[in-house]
Design a protein around this ligand. Structure first.
Ligand code: MRU
Length: 355
């Protein structure tokens, strides 16, 4: 499968870009098709971006935030062309629709708010200023991932095995990845002897996307059924579970892909360390704890079918929460670009945010 992105940085294992601004449009790798097909989607309007986010063509908290930032550029350009004197008011419903495309990942709302703050200062053609801001959001995310990679890798003893859940790599971010960025950095530093990826039902982000990224980079990857994690830890094949986050509440509780909570409980039982890796844009100090994080419920059909084939009998129902909440007490380390919080608590999160 071709990786079209040239090396942009001297960082090892950093070749994939899920979201790009190209010729006045947003270019996305269509993540619904991987690993079977590598195809791009070109988005020209904000409603197209909303659809791509809802329908999982682009997914992963930072990647949807970055896509949203570029979508604001497209929409502002359109609204300004329609009405150069009152385009900001016309843009408001667009911004609301974008921010609500998916509810759990706070990076989406965060990116829309950052673009909105920029809009309020503008007069004249908004495109150059807003594009520069969206590109800054994108570049900052990649830089944060590189930094988190270094900080997270330093926590891992040489010779370790790691288990990761969902996809937190270049596909889920501006580039390089959060938890998978730590895996990339730790592998480059020769600290890892095994990388396991949960397949991550029902969307298979682990089997389809994480394994694809690792194979692209030449990093050996072993996919396991989600239910094999306890056995894996019982056999002491991994010393760390490393995951990303869609939202970190003020007390250190973490919302992430459904199944993360299971992995954290099993890890604690087996004495395996649990690391959450996420940029500061994922920390939401306005959400006091995990109980206040909105959890996206997705269609029953995602659980009742597999690869387009119905797997449950007609008449069966499904319950399909897309995320769960791992309580702070099950987390050994939260790694951000500003630093590492060991055994997170409300006080430690507040101190991190003050730095
Ligand atoms: O439903 P998804 O695929 O958007 O869920 C993604 C996750 O849960 C990731 O772990 C999270 O967004 C962190 S990505 C760096």
């Amino acid at each position: 499968m071709p990786v079209t992105q040239p090396l942009e940085t001297p960082i090892a294992y950093d070749r994939i870009r899920a979201v790009e601004w190209l010729d006045g449009r947003i270019r996305l790798i269509d993540q619904r098709l991987l690993p079977g097909k590598f195809e791009h989607l070109m988005l020209q309007t904000l409603p197209e971006a909303v659809h791509a986010i809802r329908d999982m063509a682009v997914r992963g908290a930072p990647a949807i935030g970055i896509t949203a930032a570029y979508a604001v550029v497209l929409a502002a350009h359109t609204r300004y062309a329609e009405n150069p004197t009152n385009w900001q008011a016309a843009l408001e419903p667009d911004l609301r629709m974008l921010a609500e495309a998916r509810p759990t990942a706070v990076n989406l709302r965060w990116a829309v708010e950052r673009m909105r703050a920029c809009i309020t200062t503008l007069s004249g053609d908004p495109l150059p200023v807003l594009l520069a801001e969206a590109q800054r959001i994108h570049a900052e995310d990649i830089a944060a991932n590189h930094r988190m990679g270094e900080l997270g890798a330093a926590l891992i003893e040489p010779g370790s095995g790691v288990l990761t859940h969902c996809n937190t790599g270049a596909l889920a971010t501006g580039g390089y990845g959060t938890a998978l960025g730590v895996v990339r950095a730790a592998y480059a530093a020769q600290r890892l002897n095994a990388v396991y990826a949960d397949e991550t039902r029902p969307w298979l982000q682990g089997a389809r996307l994480t394994a694809w990224e690792l194979v692209q980079e030449g990093i050996p990857a072993t996919v396991i059924a989600d239910s094999a994690g306890a056995r894996l830890m019982h056999e002491q094949r991994v010393q760390w579970v490393i995951v990303g986050a869609d939202r970190i509440a003020a007390n250190g509780d973490v919302a992430n892909k459904i199944g993360t909570y299971n992995a954290a409980i099993v890890a604690r039982h087996h004495g395996v360390k649990f690391m959450v890796v996420a940029p500061i844009s994922t920390v939401d100090m306005a959400t006091p704890d995990g109980a206040h994080i909105p959890i996206e419920q997705r269609a029953e059909s995602e659980v009742l079918n597999f690869a387009g084939q119905q797997t449950a009998p007609e008449g069966a129902r499904a319950w399909n929460p897309a995320f769960d909440v791992t309580p702070a007490e099950l987390i050994d380390a939260i790694v951000t670009e500003r630093g590492v919080v060991l055994n997170p608590s409300r006080e430690k999160m507040a101190a991190l945010m003050r730095t």
